[in-house]
Unconditional design. Structure first.
Length: 287
């Protein structure tokens, strides 16, 4: 592998750049992350996935948002990272473990297309509803069906952690403008000490939910694996859907399964967009 090699993938339109910490010759600083993720000054991406070493799992992963902040976990990111590991021959196994800031998860390559990973399942860990563990500043042990007012509008929020924090708002009608207006305001409310991912969700049937996403540190997003897991968890918690359901997003569909112990399993496709080498003219400004 060449120095400063990168590969770019997308999961349902949610795109990430994969880098190997052993093969980059610059510090992946906040400035570097912002520049690389910028569509005009860099490659353009919803984030960066950095392969690292792990003492506890087969591989280590750090996940960075385009604003330079670090995320605990990303469902689409994990599926993309699993494809990167398999396609670029870091492993020949079709099932392996990955350590993230939000915990250790297992990934399984379900389907190959021309010898390359396409359909991938990730065990995302458990849904956690305790307010202090999400975290959310709430007087109740669980922040479910709680009313908040944001500027001129009232919302009923449902909070959960799937390794990273989420706020799910169930609505009768989905409206992108509402998501883009109120998403950043909710993300940065004082009741969320670590900020929060925001989803607006509509129940279509007991097996199908449609959502729109405002992702912490990234903004309006076409798809998100962890957001899909969070919404599915809240829907099951509220008794609004079955435990096996499909989550529909502008970028596509994900299959989510939640067992009786709140363990979450997610399945979806990923594809490579391009690969190459970061130019010295780009990276020299980071050293």
């Amino acid at each position: 592998m060449e120095r400063n090699f990168f590969a770019k993938f997308h999961g349902l339109g949610n795109d990430y750049i994969c880098l190997d910490d052993d093969w980059i010759d610059f510090e992946l600083s906040e400035k570097a992350i912002k520049t690389i993720c910028d569509v005009h000054y860099g490659i353009g991406s919803d984030g960066i996935l950095l392969k690292t070493h792990s003492p506890k799992a087969d591989f280590g992963l750090r996940i960075f948002n385009p604003d330079g902040s670090e995320a605990e976990k990303s469902g689409n990111g994990l599926r993309i990272f699993a494809k990167f590991l398999y396609d670029y021959e870091y492993t020949v196994k079709r099932e392996f473990s990955i350590q993230t800031k939000g915990g250790i998860v297992r990934a399984k390559i379900e389907e190959l297309v021309n010898g390359r990973a396409r359909l991938i399942t990730v065990d995302m860990g458990k849904a956690v509803f305790r307010s202090e563990e999400i975290p959310v500043l709430c007087e109740d042990e669980e922040c479910i069906r709680k009313k908040i007012k944001v500027e001129d509008k009232e919302f009923e929020i449902n909070c959960v952690s799937v390794g990273n924090p989420h706020c799910v708002i169930i609505v009768d009608r989905l409206d992108d403008e509402t998501v883009k207006k109120y998403g950043p305001l909710i993300e940065n409310l004082d009741i969320f000490p670590n900020r929060i991912n925001v989803q607006f969700a509509k129940v279509i049937s007991p097996e199908l939910v449609e959502i729109r996403i405002w992702e912490r540190g990234a903004g309006y997003t076409l798809a998100s694996g962890s957001s899909s897991c969070a919404v599915a968890s809240i829907m099951v918690k509220r008794g609004l859907t079955e435990r096996n359901l499909t989550v529909k997003m502008p970028g596509g569909l994900l299959k989510i399964s939640i067992d009786e112990s709140w363990n979450i399993r997610m399945t979806g496709e990923v594809q490579e967009i391009c690969h190459g080498k970061l130019s010295p003219e780009l990276t020299e400004q980071f050293t």
